[in-house]
Design a protein around this ligand. Structure first.
Ligand SMILES: NC(=O)c1ccc[n+]([C@@H]2O[C@H](COP(=O)([O-])OP(=O)(O)OC[C@H]3O[C@@H](n4cnc5c(N)ncnc54)[C@H](O)[C@@H]3O)[C@@H](O)[C@H]2O)c1
Length: 448
């Protein structure tokens, strides 16, 4: 659905009105296009004296063909700033953040990318280091609200031992693929086992992988199917009978296959498992995208609205995952990816059922991540904010406008923004990205 305000705000008259009245001025976000370099410009690397990541990060970016600088030449502009803050060991050291960033923000290009690297407070050593590392969250979230011009800021906590497992995460966060992701705290290495991530063809990292995507006929699901196919995966798209024509058309166009099925039917897990076993001998990536809203204030909510929402969004993904795991159909280095929502984090009036289901998806990530800690299967979720789809087009106008503007980008995201985040989780090099719930919400004010 088109954003008329954003269109009008970019006309000469619109710009005058926006500036005079101090109205939101949504930047045109840059998204990754076919054949474009992932990181378009030089990335400046900085570090505190005792940081442990400068060398490994430089090596990983060099190997990925990214131009890396450790100093800024006169008049030079960078497309990204990466700062290794792992050497910050106490409150007094936090000044290193100001010293590095303050002089370097103005020369950062529009749509710039800032990544701060830290150590999870629980692994930081003594109390002083733990407190200082925790403080990085406030810094990155605030800076994300300041940078503007389509730029983003993230914090990545890297568990000791996982210094060499950062390639896919850095490339995602430094590229236009993360256009609508900002102010996030990402953990690398939480429960995985250290070890060199596999070497993949960077343009088709999912080559040879089979991905199940539920709700794939339209909206975010269709974008996930397209992006995973672009990255080399064979997609098995699933949707309900009412969406069969769209599903068959889109999956055929992608060279994948379709499963027409309601995920809430009693035998759905077994039927999905049978199809995946018979067609592909298993599955590598499972994306639980299908979802519904049935909004009503709780006092007016029917039992059916409650039950159907919880069952599509949470009950069915849980049963399907359990069945695939029980039948050992998720292959080594497999991925289970949930689609939560910022409603599941912040809550939303009229959405007690939906928010319950989506908070439950986050619970599933937590629980499964720890139960699969000893395996190489990872579990993560995206939590989209306001994304332009048929689901949000049905929201009443005023609420829709509020949803679009109440974030650092002053606009809704696109389905591809969610899909790119899922493709990063799915990347075989993301084996240490575990147990994360990453918001794709332009740093929405809700629940921030
Ligand atoms: N659009 C947003 O702003 C937004 C925000 C947060 C979370 N999400 C989540 O993203 C996911 C996709 O949302 P969307 O906006 O693309 O929605 P959408 O309504 O456009 O698409 C949802 C798809 O799921 C399918 N589906 C619904 N019930 C199903 C069932 N029982 N079995 C199989 N398929 C079923 C639908 O047919 C449809 O194709 C959902 O989980 C949604 O909750 C969306």
């Amino acid at each position: 659905m088109s954003d008329r305000y954003q269109f009008l705000a970019h006309t000469p008259v619109g710009q005058f009105v926006v500036k005079s009245l101090g109205l939101p001025d949504p930047p045109t976000l840059r998204r990754h296009g076919p054949g474009e370099p992932l990181v378009d410009g030089s990335v400046l690397l900085g570090a505190t004296t005792d940081g442990r990541l400068l060398g490994p990060v430089q090596a990983q970016l060099d190997a990925a063909g990214v131009t890396v600088a450790t100093e800024t030449a006169e008049g030079e502009h960078h497309c990204g700033l990466v700062f290794d803050a792992t050497g910050i060991a106490g409150v007094a050291d936090l000044v290193a953040l100001r010293d590095f960033f303050a002089p370097r923000l103005r020369p950062l290009q529009s749509h710039g990318r800032v990544v701060v690297l830290g150590t999870p407070p629980s692994a930081a050593g003594d109390a002083s280091a733990a407190i200082a590392q925790r403080a990085l969250e406030g810094f990155t979230r605030s800076l994300a609200k300041e940078v503007g011009r389509g730029s983003t800021v993230q914090l990545v906590y890297v568990e000791p031992g996982f210094e060499d497992a950062l390639t896919s995460t850095l490339l995602f966060l430094l590229s236009a693929k993360s256009a609508y992701v900002s102010g996030q705290v990402i953990r690398v290495g939480a429960t995985g086992s250290p070890g060199a991530p596999p070497v993949v063809d960077a343009t088709t990292p999912l080559s040879g992988k089979v991905a199940l995507v539920t709700g794939a006929s339209r909206g975010i699901g269709a974008a996930i199917a397209r992006v995973l196919t672009r990255d080399g995966a064979t997609v098995v798209g699933l949707d309900v009978a009412q969406a069969a024509d769209e599903l068959l058309g889109s999956t055929r166009g992608l060279g994948g296959s379709a499963v027409v099925l309601d995920i809430t039917t009693a035998d759905a897990p077994q039927r999905i498992a049978a199809k995946l076993a018979e067609r592909h001998g298993g599955v590598d990536i499972v994306v639980h995208n299908a979802g519904i809203t049935r909004d009503k204030k709780l006092a007016n909510m029917s039992a059916n609205h409650w039950t159907s929402t919880i069952d599509v969004n949470l009950g069915a993904p849980r049963r399907i995952t359990d069945e695939l795991l029980a039948q050992d159909l998720i292959r080594p280095n497999g991925r289970i990816i949930g689609v939560a929502s910022i409603a599941g984090i912040a809550g939303n009036p009229g959405q007690t059922n939906y928010a319950t289901s989506k908070a439950g998806v986050i619970g599933m990530v937590d629980r499964l991540s720890s139960s699969l800690a000893g395996t190489d299967i990872t579990v993560n979720a995206v939590a989209p904010g306001f994304i332009e789809t048929q689901l949000t087009a049905a929201i009443p106008l005023l609420l829709r406008e509020a949803g679009r503007r109440m974030n650092s980008m002053s606009q809704g995201g696109l389905p591809v923004d969610v899909a790119e985040t899922i493709a990063w989780f799915a990347d075989p090099r993301s084996s240490a990205v575990r147990g994360n719930v990453v918001r794709v919400c332009g740093q929405s004010l809700l629940g921030a």
